[in-house]
Design a protein around this ligand. Sequence first.
Ligand code: MG
Length: 329
Amino acid sequence: MAERATRGQCEDGGSGGAAVSKRGAKLSGKATRAKSGTPKSSGATKFAKKTIALVYDFDGTLSPRPMQEYAFLPKIGIDPAQFWEESNRVAKEHKADPLITYMHLLYKKAKEAGVRIDREDLVAQGRDVELFPGVLEWFDAIEDYTKIRAESHGIALRHYLISSGLTEIVEGTPIYHHFHNVFASEYWFEAYDMPYPKRVITDTGKTQYLFRINKGVEDLGETINEHMPDADRPIPFSNMIYFGDGDTDVPSMAVTRKSGGHAIAVYPPGKARKKCVDLFNAGRIDFFAPADYRRGSDLFERTCLLIDRILANIRVEEEMWKVAKSAKS
Ligand SMILES: [Mg+2]
């Protein structure tokens, strides 16, 4: 289990300041990157809520282990189990945030080892990150499926990443370009003599980014707290599927499902699935499956089932929207 730290749980929509992390659009279909307050469906001439968002956790979900274990920790000669044990212990002893603690300890250890790791080095480390079987082909395969099944025109599919791991390492992975946006922890590199956390994405903080996707407010320089009526939110939760692997995903899964969305939990193929069974029994997820992303796998098939449900729902909503519009005229 690639759980980095044991965290408290909160099921409310989080908020809080964060820095900007914009990415160019990579989409199937013609959807463009949503901006704050647009598109508004209330006065629109076309039904606008036709974008589906697949939202992924990274460590333990797309990759078997925490991303720092593939290059960073070996480079500074630290045993991963020992590192996480120390990080969790220090956080507990000092009542510190476990994620800020790990980000600090990572560079403290690098400094002690006399190893300098800059932003470019972190990005390069992304190449060493292992991905679960089929992850490389997954994005195109799911997009193909959606395209074939979408009977309604204008359906777009987006992939988002929300991770407590490091933006820089994710940037170096071969799947980075598939994401419409990546929300992950990040460093300032010019702070004193050691990099300093610029953005820390905690378990509950992850939910803020779900609301950013939901409201189309993806520019982190813009506040997420302004009220936006459901009718104006470009990606309803019912168009979302959240993929995670454990306790750190509970707030995101709970928010997604309680808001009408969907969630799937994965476990390493051939290994213990107890965590997923617990999530399923607690009603946190729709499905669970081994983290095998290849076409035809249980995960692939179950994701396709949820996409079919979302597509059917979009068709119903679009028809209702048309009826409502005609009823007014
Ligand atoms: Mg995880």
